[in-house]
Design a protein. Structure first.
Length: 228
């Protein structure tokens, strides 16, 4: 998986310039004002080892849902969200590029919290109503992003659909990226008898630094805050 990152034009970097024929020439530093000089680098999503244990890299899963359902909602607002979007290596520029579904130039997160929930799960509803709004309001301005992943519908084992997602984000006035996981990409990696599940991802490496089954405690958010 590749993620395009545009780097500052004034930096002395290796660049890809083209001649009059349009064929690439050897990368050399060039004038940032020149129209035929493109300052960019391609960053590789970490190779792994993939897994769901602490120290593993989270796979670059993709999901369908909303960036922020409180501002754009409905069929026309649904997008595909890939975990590659949140990859923010130390040598990157730390902002979303022109090809991102997120606002160009807005900062990428320093840490990602993944919350895996099910419609039938009572503790998931308590977390969505009481814990997530408060913690997101406190930590998002510091550089945290939250991805809410809905797996089951109101029947255990039955995958949640887009109508379930719509009802969920409306019920809890969600203001963060919210998606469904009908193929159980993440759902199959957690104990689905003990929703919710919560992950902390260090976005500089996409490495899992904490996994909690059940509603997260204060120590979970303290560890999250340490990455910001």
């Amino acid at each position: 998986m590749r993620s395009r990152v545009v780097l500052p034009g004034f930096a002395l970097l290796l660049v890809a310039c083209t001649g009059g024929s349009g064929d690439p020439i050897d990368p050399v530093p060039c004038d940032p004002e020149a129209e035929d000089c493109v300052y960019e680098t391609t960053l590789e999503y970490p190779d792994g080892p993939f897994g769901t244990s602490i120290g593993n890299v989270i796979e670059p899963f993709t999901f369908e849902g909303y960036i922020d359902p409180s501002t754009r909602f409905g069929e026309d607002a649904r997008v595909t969200i890939s975990l590659t979007e949140f990859f923010n290596p130390p040598d990157g520029d730390g902002v979303y590029g022109p090809d991102s579904i997120f606002e160009e130039g807005s900062p990428k997160p320093k840490a990602l919290m993944m919350n895996v929930a099910a419609v039938w799960c009572g503790p998931c509803k308590e977390e969505a109503a009481q814990i997530l709004p408060k913690e997101y309001a406190a930590l998002h301005p510091k550089g945290m992003e939250l991805l809410s992943i809905l797996t089951d519908s109101d029947t255990p084992g039955d995958p949640a659909g887009l109508s379930d997602l719509d009802n969920w984000v409306l019920a809890f006035s969600s203001t963060y990226p919210s998606v469904i996981d009908p193929d159980y990409k993440v759902g199959l990696l957690v104990d689905t008898t003990q929703y919710p599940a919560n992950f902390i991802i260090d976005t500089s490496t996409m490495t899992i630094v904490e996994v909690v089954v059940g509603k997260p405690s204060t120590s979970f958010f303290e560890k999250l805050n340490q990455l910001l």
